[in-house]
Design a protein around this ligand. Structure first.
Ligand code: F6R
Length: 266
């Protein structure tokens, strides 16, 4: 590994301390993977549990790759319990585009997290059971002692989880309808929007804001506008990620392209 990726550093001066800008996607992801490793190591040392909130999508893929590397190099995830943000509804967990499949393949199987410790909203739950399922998901988070670190991506429309524009700051885990922009952005995995579920089950904004710490990972130019709106624009339901400004422990981890819309003065 090159020295620069050994110690990923801030690439731009003048931004706020909660906004870290890295030269490349890889260094941004390395930073996040190491934050997670620190939390896991600390929990293991104190014989407690590390509760991680996890996202799917393109952004965290390299983070998960690095966590798998750390595991191969000896890092144990035996003390880790996880809660994923969301899942499409309805969807079979074996569907190649389901978030269940994604998490099993990219993280849970390689690092050896069994199903009992890897919680995810169930995209196969019957409609009449969704409400009870969502309540139980919230209770499971509570029983775990709460999320130590929540990893988020951001949609080009400013969504976090599948909390689409219009989402309230006190929203909880629930069924939501996907925004047309989200259908468009995520259709490739399904081979077209007409083959996609129109709904999802997502943690709410209120659920997310209860995590002790939050890391938002945004990579690429396509996220620059949403990042700017969330970090510098008004706090509004039109940009669900702007609600994160109500949380004292949020860090934005960006590559240069995603930071491209931010004012340097911070
Ligand atoms: C995924 C999720 C979404 C994504 C967001 C960005 O579990 O909750 O909010 O984080 O849509 O997706 P990518 O990373 O694919 O650009």
């Amino acid at each position: 590994m090159s020295p620069s990726s050994e110690s990923p550093g801030r690439a731009q001066a003048g931004l706020r301390p909660d906004v870290l800008v890295f030269a490349t996607r890889a260094t941004a992801c390395e930073f996040v993977a190491r934050r997670i490793r620190e939390i896991v190591l600390r929990a293991a040392r104190s014989r407690s549990r590390a509760v991680l909130g996890l996202a799917t999508g393109r952004s965290p893929l390299h983070v998960y790759r690095r966590l798998c590397d750390f595991h191969r190099e000896g890092l144990s995830f035996a003390c880790v319990e996880t809660f994923n943000l969301d899942e499409y509804w309805p969807i079979d967990p074996r569907h190649p585009a389901s978030f269940h499949r994604y998490m099993r393949e990219h993280l849970f199987d390689p690092i050896g997290i069994p199903r009992e410790r890897a919680h995810m909203p169930d995209g196969a739950v019957p409609e009449e059971e969704i409400e009870a399922h969502c309540l139980e998901y919230e209770r499971a988070i509570e029983r775990s002692g709460g999320i130590d670190l929540q990893l988020l991506g951001i949609g080009a429309n400013g969504h976090i989880g599948f909390n689409e524009p219009g989402s309230a700051p006190d929203s909880r885990t629930r069924k939501v309808l996907l925004h047309p922009g989200t259908l468009r952005d995520n259709q490739a995995a399904f081979g077209g929007t007409d083959r996609m579920p129109r709904a999802a089950i997502t943690m709410g904004i209120g659920t997310i804001l209860e995590a002790r710490r939050i890391v938002v990972l945004a990579l690429g130019e396509a996220k620059a506008q949403a990042v700017r709106a969330a970090v510098e624009g008004p706090v509004t339901p039109d940009v669900p990620a702007s609600w994160l400004r109500r949380h004292p422990g949020v860090v934005w981890v960006l590559d240069r392209a995603a930071a491209g819309g931010l004012s340097r003065a911070g």
